[in-house]
Design a protein around this ligand. Sequence first.
Ligand SMILES: [Zn+2]
Length: 63
Amino acid sequence: MDSDSRLDLEFAYTTYRDCCRDLYSPYYYCRRPLGHDGVHAAGFGSGRVRWEHRPDHAPHLLS
Ligand SMILES: [Zn+2]
């Protein structure tokens, strides 16, 4: 499962160009590596959010 510390590491080693960027809101996009398994995630500490991919979601709006 995704622990917060593992996500912190993933975020630290994933550049903007290489990350998933699935949008959660206009202010949060997925910071996990492109093609990752499991849920999308963004933010740090108490701002951490996780979300499932939604088929009606338009991906990569920021790219
Ligand atoms: Zn993602």
